[in-house]
Design a protein around this ligand. Structure first.
Ligand SMILES: [Zn+2]
Length: 678
């Protein structure tokens, strides 16, 4: 067991969600120092408030430090400490006071997200917006409707990364911050930045293009690198939350605070020499009740996280954040902080060699005596090691308060925002053309009108229908039938949407989506693309079968087709065992016996046909033939006579003659009976 002492022993105080008067902050600093802490991370800016006076930009506090009654769930005062900020003189005095006690203050200015209060004050530093119209793109010069937010959550309000004046604004702020806080580190956030605004912003997109960045996470990385460089010139280390690693890692002069999410990225950063602060939600989020993190569990916790294995020397230390959505005053803060801060500091100082719990408790009791002269009351001993029954009861109460009926809209907004981020990222992953993707994105979040500005102009292009289908699919991927299915099949299946939109372009010269009648099956995880072919789970009464579909971009090569069938069988056996041995059947004009006379004897279509036991059908497939052989969408077919059809390939020439002579292509179908000829 590693018993080393950590250099960074911190706690975080969130002054944005509720303002804590400076004299109260000093009492907490003094108590934390007595417990053995040596850093206070001061979360000074967020969507719900900007708490730091900046001389150059007075509106940050005049507008950003003021908000109305606020609702963070039941049983929390809606009026207490919503407003307020620290003057620069108060900051200087507090920094000096903390230093005397052996505590260095790490200020946090959130970049690029959690910026609603900042942008409420200076909307000109938010993004501009491209409005996709059926007739082309327009710039909406009206800024987004920013407000200091009065509930919890994740919001799309980001500083514009593509605007030079916005980045200058940020650097101006950091100039004053660096002046006020002389400690070695400055925190610039980087968490929970959903990128809806950046995706729609011509300036952000231009910066991405200029720097060759492939997605908006890489843009965040680029901005973070720029700011980190700026602070490095001032001799400061930059701390970021671990999401900032998403865009492709960071150089080791950054410090990463790991709280949740991708451990591999954090491990890779450490392997490259980067220093990490351990702040796992599970052990260190002490805004959570004792039923989630009691003192006993802290005594019992591992000395280092698993992602640090092999690179323990790069674990800079620990930090416990106290998020203050539900903490409106000093006494509530003290209850949650103590004695948990002391317990964590003891672990961090390597004093955790208390083989028995009783010894650990008596050491804590001694430390808690130091709080008495400060007038701070720690949590009583009955919650230090909380019984399973008491924990259950506390959890239930907590859940009820957090999920009070009035919270419904808040959760709806939050889930909606995260879902929208997934949907927008999916559109990029499946290669949807940007102009159409923008319209789909705007329809998909139209219902979040406080942030989206409402539904875009209605049109006949089907973007609203595609938005609906993709939302269903993404919801399903989160917690529905798509949830556990393999990523590759998910993405390959979703690519059908891009194919249909591109086919619409080929037919009409404009992007559109007109396959809504078809794609509910993909959205609902009933039809899958596996390799070259699509497989639909069908059931008629007791009878199960798999309907095989031939997508228009299918390559009819025997080996690829056999691979597809093998992979589909393995996939179904693993995830849909009821369909494991169900027959595969196909019905298509491509299986029509009439094609035999129109194709050369070695045609791939004929070889494809021979894998099936076919029964000729009677349905006239003229429409499908015109669509697939001549790329004429059904509405276009009305305006084209057969004699005008092109003859640029053998199939097109022969088919045209066949149709002119009154021939008819009927669908044929039957079970897949043998391997495809390779
Ligand atoms: Zn922008």
């Amino acid at each position: 067991m590693d018993r080393r002492a950590y250099a960074y022993r911190g706690f975080m105080l969130d002054a944005a969600r509720h303002f804590m008067p400076v004299q109260d902050v000093r009492r907490i600093i003094e108590a934390a120092a007595a417990c053995g802490m040596n850093r206070m991370h001061w979360h000074l800016t967020d969507d719900q408030g900007w708490r730091l006076e900046i001389k150059k930009y007075p509106l940050l506090t005049q507008v950003g430090a003021v908000r109305g009654n606020t609702y963070f769930g039941d049983n929390i005062s809606e009026t207490e400490n919503n407003c307020g900020y620290y003057t620069q003189q108060e900051i200087r005095d507090t920094v000096a006071f903390a230093r005397e006690k052996g505590v260095e203050i790490v200020p946090e200015i959130e970049v690029p997200g959690h910026a609603s209060a900042m942008l409420a004050a200076y909307p000109q530093f938010g993004c501009r917006r491209v409005l996709p119209r059926p007739t082309g793109e327009e710039i909406n010069e009206a800024p987004y409707p920013y407000k200091v937010i009065t509930y919890a959550g994740i919001f799309p309000n980001l500083i514009c990364a593509g605007s030079e004046s916005a980045v200058r604004f940020l650097k101006d702020i950091l100039d004053e911050v660096a002046e006020l806080f002389p400690g070695p580190e400055i925190h610039i956030g980087g968490d929970e930045a959903v990128k809806m605004h950046w995706r729609r912003c011509p300036d952000c997109q231009k910066r991405m293009e200029k720097e060759g960045l492939t997605d908006e996470r890489a843009l965040q990385r680029s901005l973070v690198l720029e700011i980190g460089e700026y602070l490095a010139q001032k001799g400061r280390k930059t701390i970021v939350w671990n999401e900032s690693l998403e865009g492709g890692g960071l150089p080791p002069h950054f410090i990463v605070q790991h709280w949740l999410g991708n451990k591999e990225e954090t491990a890779a950063f450490m392997a490259g020499g980067g220093k990490v602060i351990w702040s796992d939600v599970e052990y260190f989020y002490i805004s959570r009740p004792f039923s989630s993190i009691d003192v006993y569990s802290l005594w019992n916790m591992p000395p280092a996280p698993d992602f640090a294995r092999g690179h323990e020397e790069n674990l800079l230390g620990l930090e416990c954040p106290l998020w203050c959505e539900r903490i409106t005053n000093l006494s509530r803060a003290a209850y949650l902080l103590f004695p948990r801060l002391a317990a964590i500091a003891m672990k961090a100082q390597g004093q955790a060699d208390f083989p028995d719990w009783a010894g650990f408790q008596s050491a804590l009791r001694e430390k808690m005596k130091l709080l008495e002269p400060l007038g701070l009351t720690p949590a009583p001993e009955e919650v230090w090691q909380i019984s399973p029954e008491a924990a259950e009861k506390e959890k239930e109460t907590e859940l009820r308060l957090r999920h009070a009926p009035r919270m419904e809209r808040v959760f709806e907004i939050n889930d909606g925002m995260l879902m929208q981020e997934s949907l927008e990222r999916l559109l990029r992953t499946i290669g949807m053309p940007r102009s159409f993707a923008l319209r789909v994105m705007d329809f998909a979040w139209a219902w979040l009108d406080e942030f989206s500005g409402g539904a875009p102009e209605q049109a006949e292009d089907g973007a609203d229908i595609l938005a609906r289908h993709l939302r269903t699919a993404v919801e399903s991927r989160w917690n529905g039938p798509w949830h556990d299915l393999p990523e590759k099949i998910w993405i390959d299946t979703m690519k059908c949407f891009t194919r249909f939109v591109n086919e619409h372009f080929q037919s009409y010269g404009v992007y559109g989506f007109d396959r809504g009648f078809w794609t509910t099956r993909q959205a609902d995880a009933r039809l899958f693309r596996v390799g070259e072919l699509e497989y639909e789970l069908c059931q008629e009464g007791e009878k199960r079968f798999i309907a095989l579909h031939i997508p228009s971009d299918c390559r009819l090569e025997g080996k690829l087709l056999n691979d597809s069938v093998d992979q589909a069988r393995a996939f179904l056996a693993a995830y849909f065992p009821a369909w494991e041995n169900a027959p595969v059947t196909c019905e298509s004009w491509l299986l029509s016996p009439a094609l035999a006379g129109l194709l050369p004897p070695d045609s791939r279509i004929l070889r494809f046909q021979r894998a099936f036991d076919l029964t000729p059908g009677t349905d006239d497939e003229r429409e499908a033939v015109l669509q697939w052989v001549y790329r004429l969408a059904p509405p276009q077919q009305k305006h084209v006579s057969v004699s005008d059809l092109p003859e640029d390939t053998a199939l097109r020439r022969n088919m045209k003659r066949f149709l002119l002579s009154g021939g008819m292509i009927n669908a044929a179908g039957g079970p897949l009976a043998r391997r495809f000829e390779e």
